[in-house]
Design a protein around this ligand. Structure first.
Ligand code: FEO
Length: 167
């Protein structure tokens, strides 16, 4: 069954949102690298590549359904932040925004009785729970650390370890 045009457009917009997230996290990775916080930089770079994979999953799904793929321009992300806490608060905010976009997609799939897309989106719904939880955990730890340099350096090592374990 051909995919409804509105659903196609929204899934294409989601490809763009995921690629923007990849770009934003890559920008954060560059920022951390410039501050010599290589563990945070590695973690962000890993996140950026996961976001790119999310975009590819949607792109492959559109192909599978015989729908058209439209690659729109990706806006430029912010490049400077004041503290690691500010960065992770932005990551959490961004993940909550992505969750809302995914939920809206799932609502549209229900409304259009597009069962296949509903099932496809299930993976993203679960992934968002994990992504929000991991960003939130880092925010809470950074709040505890406050502006302790020793704390930030310890956390940097932990983030670096976590990035290499995931890969
Ligand atoms: Fe693909 Fe982090 O949302």
């Amino acid at each position: 069954m051909a995919m409804n045009k509105k659903m196609q457009n929204k899934l294409n917009a989601q490809i763009n949102a995921e690629l923007y997230a990849a770009y934003l996290y890559l920008s954060m990775s560059v920022h951390f690298k410039e501050k010599n916080l290589n563990g945070f930089a590695a973690w962000m770079r890993k996140q950026a590549s996961e976001e790119r994979e999310h975009a590819m999953k949607i792109l492959d799904y559109l192909h599978e359904r015989g729908a058209s793929v439209e690659l729109k321009p990706i806006k430029s992300p912010m490049q400077q932040w004041t503290t690691p806490l500010k960065i992770f608060q932005e990551v959490l905010k961004h993940e909550c925004h992505v969750t809302k976009l995914i939920n809206d997609l799932a609502d549209l799939a229900d409304k259009e009785h597009d069962r296949a897309t509903g099932v496809f989106l299930q993976w993203f719904i679960e992934e968002q729970v994990e992504e929000e939880a991991s960003a939130s955990e880092v925010v809470e730890k950074l709040k505890m650390i406050k502006d302790s340099t020793a704390g930030i350096l310890m956390m940097d090592r932990e983030m670096g370890r976590s990035a290499s374990e995931q890969s």
